[in-house]
Design a protein around this ligand. Structure first.
Ligand code: GLN
Length: 551
């Protein structure tokens, strides 16, 4: 195991969805602000090897790392809060754990032993946590165990954490993220569910050191003392985490309850700094509040398809895009108001499209398959012709190319091979190395994934926005602009302002600003690199253009 390394496990009690990922990110932030290098790790107890094969309505956005690993959206929260690029080792699923144990067994790696969940799965988990710590060069790992105490699925991970604590008693901390409801009829904050959750955690042999108590309102002294007595946790180690307006305020709030100091005391960390340096962070938070409290709004329509599925929360499927829009809006000093429009509603075009005229900007995010495609094409045509700022991402770029080919270059049935293989003009085609993969149903982690460099053409909007010629962005796609059509597509106003360094793969399209206020679309996913302290230049240009043409 790595020497002098500290481990903080964050587990959930009572219920999910109360912000365990944000708490983990915020703990990281306050330790980072005290001069530590931190290594956040997300554990997802599902059997999928990664998040890439899951429908966003099931699981939310698949966040893509630089390496191309498709993982949980919490990894995006960690990157945004901490301003770091995470690596493969920082993400662990039951699928990965079991797969490597089973593969090792098939290779006689266990030398004839009976392979069992305990100890072998447990050992594999500890190994992976250690590998993340080793590779990162950090002082502290903050490991978020997905799900809630009592879930059958995450027991092995809690078991691994328990054993790690036995091996390194002074270096391992447990933080329990709990929830205290205030039932309407009672009007009183109830601590019983938290007490029960902690008893359950105790039954696994784990005692939490710190409890983060989420609730609508701040916890009072009485409640803290009650939890302390019944759960054997010091009252000042019960951290109040009331609902607040912005998740980016959470680190600052935690520090109000002294969380940083408490953690460092518990871990007996020698190199602790007494003060926190959250200066830049606080500056960002106050900039965001100013924009949100101001009068200038910018109304952005996001047109997509993963919108209408029961209880499913939108913000989960598009979280990185939403955050990227926010960061750039705060930078520009406007309040972003997002409107979610289902593309299906525009399939027939016509009068329905008029509805779009009231928005200051339109964004079409990434997507897959056939549903609502004609609707999206109609929306793009409207945005192009009516000169509403348009920002297309991945599928949103491919469709913009199709729309341009159909309407401007008169290739009536232009299409993508994803939808119609037999179209006369497949202006968007499958990438050559992808064909074989699809034929063999080899879907997992096989798209063109992760960071690739691109070069930008002089004098274009893209080049001006980035302020440099060479960029690197994260990708997730199987199709591309068909190289055979590039010449024809660029015969008019449309410019390919970004390409792969060898010029073969088209990365960015745009229309010149003299004919459209902002019409730009990208093959990659810029949202994955947008950070609170470093908004993405293309999102910022889009917001600027939208704010300028405000209705
Ligand atoms: N479906 C398209 C492709 O695979 C776009 C993917 C995306 O938008 N992420 O190329």
């Amino acid at each position: 195991m790595k020497k002098n390394h500290k481990y903080i496990f964050v587990v959930g009690g009572v219920m999910s969805g109360v912000g365990k990922g944000i708490a983990t990110s915020s703990i990281g932030k306050i330790l980072q602000a005290r001069g530590f290098t931190v290594n956040p790790v997300k554990i997802d107890p599902y059997l999928n090897v990664d998040a890439g094969t899951m429908n966003p309505t099931e699981h939310g956005e698949a966040f893509v790392l630089e390496s191309g690993l498709e993982c949980d959206q919490d990894m995006g929260n960690y990157e945004r809060f901490l301003g770091v690029d995470l690596r493969d080792e920082d993400y662990i699923t039951s699928g990965m754990v079991y797969k490597s144990v089973i593969d090792r067994e098939r290779n006689l790696g266990y030398k004839g032993k009976c392979v069992e969940a305990i100890p072998h799965i447990r050992e594999e988990i500890i190994d992976r946590i250690d590998k993340a710590a080793q590779r990162n060069g950090s002082n502290v790992s903050i490991i978020e165990i997905g799900g809630t105490i009592g879930d059958y699925q995450n027991i092995m991970f809690i078991e691994a954490a328990r054993v790690l604590k036995m091996q390194k008693p002074n270096d391992v901390l447990f933080v329990m993220m709990s929830y205290l409801p205030i039932p309407n009829k009672l009007g009183e904050m109830k601590s019983k569910p938290t007490q029960n959750a902690i008893r359950l955690l105790n039954s696994y042999g784990v005692q939490p050191d710190i409890i983060i108590a989420r609730s609508e309102k701040p916890l009072d002294k009485k409640r803290k003392e009650k939890i302390a007595v019944s759960c054997s946790v010091r009252a000042d180690h019960v951290i109040s985490a009331p609902d607040i307006e912005s998740i980016y305020d959470v680190p600052v709030n935690f520090e109000k309850d002294n969380l940083g100091e408490i953690i460092l005391d518990l871990l007996g960390s020698k190199n602790k700094k007494k003060s926190t340096d959250l200066k830049d962070w606080k500056k960002f938070v106050s900039k965001s509040k100013k924009a949100l409290g101001g009068k200038k709004e910018v109304h952005i329509a996001v047109v997509g398809k993963y919108f209408d599925t029961g209880d499913f929360v939108l913000s989960d499927a598009y979280i990185s895009i939403i955050e990227a829009l926010k960061f750039s809006s705060y930078e520009v000093g406007v309040k972003p108001v997002l409107h979610w429009l289902s593309s299906k509603e525009f399939d027939k075009g016509g009068a329905k499209l008029k509805k779009l005229s009231k928005y200051d900007g339109i964004l079409i995010p990434g997507g897959f398959g056939e549903t609502g495609i004609e609707g999206k094409l109609n929306v793009i045509q409207y945005a192009r012709e009516k000169k509403i700022p348009y920002f297309g991402i991945c599928y949103g770029m491919q469709l913009a190319v199709i729309e341009y080919a159909r309407s401007v270059l008169k290739m009536k049935d232009a299409n993508t091979a994803e939808i119609n293989l037999n179209a006369k003009h497949t202006v968007i085609d499958i990438m050559p190395d992808q064909k074989e993969k699809l034929k063999n149903k080899d879907y997992g982690a096989t798209m063109r994934l992760g960071s690739y460099p691109a070069k930008l053409k002089k004098g274009t909007i893209a080049r001006k926005a980035y302020g440099e010629e060479k960029i690197s962005e994260r990708h997730r796609h199987r199709y591309e602009v068909n190289p055979e059509y590039v010449e024809q597509l660029s015969s008019g106003d449309l410019t390919f302002s970004g390409t792969s360094p060898n010029g073969k793969l088209m990365e960015i399209i745009e229309l010149p600003s003299k004919i459209h206020p902002f019409f730009l679309a990208v093959q990659f996913h810029p949202e994955f690199q947008a950070r609170p302290l470093a908004p993405h230049p293309l999102f910022t240009e889009f917001i600027k253009a939208s704010a300028k043409g405000k209705k």
